[in-house]
Design a protein around this ligand. Structure first.
Ligand code: SAH
Length: 342
């Protein structure tokens, strides 16, 4: 019999599994607490549970564990970048950042990525597999255990496209905000997507309190398709329709991500086109200075990011520039894993 991934089960599912083993409900609550609050990594740690039951549990379930194989600590800020090894030997990255409002963790949702964005390191070696809910939670639990810092906000902006691993991501989001578990408010979660329109409609139905970040990066279809192949599947018009629907349904404003790339999307005409495109939407634009990756020649310079921001503000837009943290440790998505696997 194949063992069940116990960290991916909701408290109700765990109770049902344990009742089929003849155990009472309160036992399941104790086990859930050991896993998600006390963060046990082995059934033998569960000392208020009989030895016989611990043995029985270890015969039916396994506790998925991520091992830290490399850790880079920034000397300029408190950023820590983890390279985790999964139980099948694959690797993923997680970045812990120190913001004014607390510790924020950037997690991966897939091993590799199918989306093929031209400027992104995560996609270069292709796609291996989806991450399980336990492997998304494990990134948080592992970073908290190692650093002694409490993760207060979360961004799904590491390796992978979260909406391409939709079922597992939704399951993870529910586990994350479960009061008996990590109990992180969804207000402190951002999910970033390259724009899988069908899944944006699906996600809207849950009315989660999270922030949906949409990677736009260009304001016309021709240019967006050049740098983001997903635009051939769902163009800007369809994407913005889905975003408006999402805002109507959830009451949450969208955050549009725009990586400023010198000579590609940072002219006055680009600023004007972006302002026109997003006019009247309940949204915010987050400019990202593009991270240079050695396989590609996209660049951005500080002064043009600043100029682009001022231009957008001139059109009355709500704009911020993403702070660059961990610049000395290559904290951008996919970069550490690539160095490690080559
Ligand atoms: N697949 C999701 C989330 C992962 S990437 C998405 O596409 O949104 C998180 C953000 O970083 C996205 O906005 C992505 O476009 C951006 N990004 C990827 N590579 C980058 C790079 N080299 N420089 C700047 N931003 C990058």
């Amino acid at each position: 019999m194949e063992k069940i991934d116990i960290l991916s089960l909701s408290s109700e599912e765990l109770a049902a599994e344990m009742s089929s083993l003849g155990e009472k409900k309160f036992r399941a609550a104790q086990v859930f607490d050991w896993l998600h609050v006390k963060r046990a990594v082995d059934f033998q740690e569960m000392t208020n549970i009989s030895l016989a039951l611990r043995t029985k549990l270890s015969e039916s379930f396994y506790i998925n564990r991520l091992n830290i194989v490399r850790k880079l600590e920034s000397s300029v800020d408190n950023t820590v970048k983890y390279l985790y090894e999964l139980s099948d030997g694959n690797h993923i990255e997680t970045v812990l950042m120190d913001y004014k409002h607390g510790n924020s963790l950037c997690i991966s949702t897939q091993v590799g990525c199918k989306m093929g964005c031209r400027f992104c390191a995560s996609t270069i070696a292709g796609f291996k597999r989806d991450l399980l809910p336990s492997e998304m939670l494990g990134q948080i639990y592992g970073a908290e255990r190692d650093s002694g810092r409490k993760v207060e906000s979360l961004v799904l902006m590491g390796i992978g496209e979260p909406l391409d691993n939709y079922e597992n991501v939704v399951r993870f989001l529910k586990l994350l905000s479960c009061p008996e578990g990590k109990n992180l408010s969804q207000r402190h979660v951002s999910l970033s997507t390259c724009g899988l329109v069908d899944r944006i409609y699906d996600l809207a139905e849950y009315k989660f309190g999270l922030t949906l970040s949409v990677s736009l990066h260009a304001s016309d279809n021709e240019r967006r398709s050049q740098i983001m192949p997903v635009n051939n599947r769902y163009d800007i018009g369809e994407l913005l329709r889905a975003c408006r629907h999402y805002t109507d349904k959830t009451g949450r404003r969208i955050s549009f991500e725009y990586a400023v790339i010198s000579g590609v999307n940072d002219s006055e005409a680009d600023a004007q086109a972006l302002a026109r495109l997003l006019k009247g939407m309940n949204c915010h634009v987050n400019l990202i200075p593009v991270n240079e990756i050695k396989e590609r020649d996209f660049r951005s310079d500080r002064s043009s990011v600043q100029k682009f921001m001022e231009r957008l503000e001139g059109y009355g837009m709500n704009v911020t520039v993403r702070r660059t943290l961990g610049s000395d440790i290559n904290a951008a998505c996919g970069q550490l894993r690539r160095e490690y696997e080559i």
